[in-house]
Design a protein around this ligand. Structure first.
Ligand SMILES: Cc1cc2nc3c(=O)[nH]c(=O)nc-3n(C[C@H](O)[C@H](O)[C@H](O)COP(=O)(O)OP(=O)(O)OC[C@H]3O[C@@H](n4cnc5c(N)ncnc54)[C@H](O)[C@@H]3O)c2cc1C
Ligand SMILES: Cc1cc2nc3c(=O)[nH]c(=O)nc-3n(C[C@H](O)[C@H](O)[C@H](O)COP(=O)(O)O)c2cc1C
Length: 533
């Protein structure tokens, strides 16, 4: 360990020397100077790490504990729904495979001391809400990011995950990047800002990790899709076609797979075959034409099933001038869609509750349309299971308040099933939908759990069943005294469902009931968790 600290001192000394030399001898242009210094620093950091890797290799890879608190490369993640966590774990595995001493840590567990032990910190952070940090980062923002501690010896890189459809794209990733720079840490490379998991941008991250390990890293290490079958599909609210939702059951084609309540199914989706046929017709192209794209030779129609299709006539006209190969090159692959898993592995498959979304042109949303209408029972569905530790179950001896609306009940069902299996009976469900007659998802399960006393309490807000309309947040507010008592008893609060309308309103209600300070404490201690979309 002493040797590693000495090495860190050497990096700092060499780096400052290199900066002075570059400025004097090569350029007076400040931009080129900064770029040159960046390259030199990265080179030095990588050289030292490779030397350490070599030394570590002498003792065997196993000599380096991946969770060693003194490991010089720290991979820290801030994740709301598990994607940043997944990439952080893959990053750690890539570093470990190359014998680079590293550790991975949720930002919830990261403090100045842990940061101070790292020579390189790689932050993988998503943004949630409306430009907000993920819940597990709230304590870090309040304490570490506001502390005056400087980190002059630290080199860092930020992978910011976000979505450009939100106004404040990658706002939290940017905040972490700026904060580290203001603490005098050295940026190894500009923050990599990823829009909706874009593979081309993500490849830049794996390239940087490859530079650190000294060997190429697969662009998507160990996030493999597995083969499932669409085993069954039933309407969940057949009398409510405007907001149709479906129970979808997927069974593994090969070996059974493991997951926990709170985990997410990441589903590879396909287009409506009629939309593909209509495009081919407009372009005058043969659906059966065999074309090579992305390393696979498939019928043109099959390739188009997997790609984002033009959304306007102008876009279609532009495509009409292209060869089939160029056409496929210019159309991006569809991004997979996330769905909260409603079942546990002992039920033999992944149960989803999927609401049909509509696009601006009136057609079904791509993913929800695929799962609820276009894919046929018996068809193959590719998916991966994403662990989402930020929504894993609380301790069995802790009371649990579960709050959700609409398809959010899916994530809560998995939690309740896990509680039933664990014999944890202090559970209180709040559920909101339109009408009890048509939209009471999982009614039978809930009745059974009430009978079996797995559900100590239930409150429902069926907004269209009475006047004035009451929603789940009104229900929570009405039970303020008891909610306060459950929280005083150590209850954890899990919220699942709509970002729009529900999660903010429930947050406000909880703030009024337990007080803003207590609510902050509940978030920081992991007793208030949200899986909203
Ligand atoms: C962690 C998590 C868990 C989730 N769990 C569930 C669940 O259990 N059940 C469930 O039903 N959903 C769930 N979702 C939502 C789900 O992932 C999808 O977002 C949802 O099914 C809609 O996707 P889609 O492909 O059908 O619609 P899309 O085709 O993606 O369209 C969705 C919306 O975006 C708009 N849109 C699409 N393309 C464009 C464009 N080019 N420009 C402007 N607007 C556009 C459409 O008008 C539409 O309103 C979850 C999401 C997350 C993040
Ligand atoms: C409810 C919700 C709110 C989001 N808000 C933002 C946002 O304000 N800005 C942004 O860039 N991305 C936003 N995103 C996109 C996420 O950052 C992106 O999906 C990311 O990959 C999620 O990573 P995670 O699973 O690690 O939380 C939001 C996503 C969801 C589901």
């Amino acid at each position: 360990m002493g040797r590693l600290l000495t090495t860190a001192g050497m990096i700092a000394a060499t780096a400052s020397g290199a900066q002075a030399w570059t400025g004097d001898a090569v350029t007076s242009d400040p931009y080129r100077l900064v770029a040159a210094v960046g390259v030199v620093l990265l080179y030095i950091a990588v050289s030292v790490l490779l030397a350490m890797r070599h030394a570590a290799g002498k003792h065997g890879a196993d000599a380096i504990a991946a969770t060693d608190s003194a490991a010089p490369v720290l991979v820290a993640y801030a994740s709301q729904t598990g994607y940043a966590e997944q990439i952080a774990n893959s990053t750690m595995r890539a570093l470990s495979a190359a014998n680079v001493p590293s550790r991975v840590l949720s930002i919830a567990d990261l403090d100045n001391e842990a940061l101070g032990k790292a020579q390189i910190a790689l932050f993988v952070v998503s943004t949630t809400g409306e430009g907000d940090p993920p819940d597990p980062a709230v304590r870090f923002v309040r304490t570490v990011m506001r502390s005056p501690v400087l980190a002059p010896g630290l080199r860092y890189g930020v992978l910011a995950l976000g979505d450009r459809s939100f106004t404040r794209f990658c706002a939290f990733g940017d905040a972490v990047d700026t904060w580290l720079a203001e603490r005098n840490a050295t940026r190894l490379f500009d923050a990599i800002r990823v829009n909706n998991g874009d593979p081309d941008t993500l490849a830049q991250w794996w390239q940087r990790i490859g530079e650190i390990t000294g060997s190429a890293v697969d662009a998507a290490p160990d996030v493999a899709m597995s083969a499932w079958t669409l085993a069954a599909r039933t309407p969940a609210n057949p009398n409510n076609p405007e907001h149709a939702a479906f129970h979808v059951m997927l069974r593994p084609k090969d070996a059974a797979q493991a997951w926990q309540a709170g985990d997410v199914a990441v589903v590879e989706v396909r287009n409506d075959p009629a939309e593909v046929a209509s495009l081919l017709d407009k372009l005058g192209l043969d659906a059966a034409l065999q074309v090579e794209a992305g390393g696979r030779v498939l019928a043109l129609s099959e390739h188009l099933m997997m790609r984002e299709l033009p959304q306007s006539d102008a876009e279609t006209v532009a495509l009409a001038r292209m060869s089939p190969a160029l056409l496929l090159k210019s159309l991006k692959l569809l991004r997979p869609r996330d769905y909260s898993i409603a079942s546990l592995p002992d039920e033999g498959g992944i149960a989803l509750l999927v609401r049909q979304a509509r696009r601006a042109n009136g057609r079904l949303g791509i993913g929800s349309g695929w799962l609820t209408q276009h894919a046929r029972v018996g068809d193959a569905i590719a998916l991966s299971i994403r662990a989402n530790s930020a929504f894993h179950a609380p301790a069995t001896d802790q009371p649990m308040i579960l709050i959700g609306n609409g398809t959010g009940i899916a994530g809560l069902r998995a939690q309740l099933r896990a509680r039933a299996t664990a014999g944890a009976t202090r559970n209180w469900l709040f559920f909101g939908e339109r009408t009890a007659a048509d939209d009471f998802f999982y009614r039978d399960d809930i009745a059974r759990w009430r009978m079996a006393r797995v559900l100590e309490r239930c409150d429902f807000a069926f907004s269209r069943d009475g006047e004035p309309r009451a929603y789940v947040q009104d229900c929570v507010r009405r039970r303020a005294d008891d909610v306060r008592a459950w929280v005083a008893d150590g209850a954890a609060i899990y919220v699942c469902g709509s970002l729009q309308g529900m999660s903010g309103a429930v947050n406000d209600a909880l703030g009024e009931i337990v007080g803003a300070e207590m609510l902050q404490e509940l978030i920081e201690t992991g007793r208030y968790r949200r899986d909203v979309y």
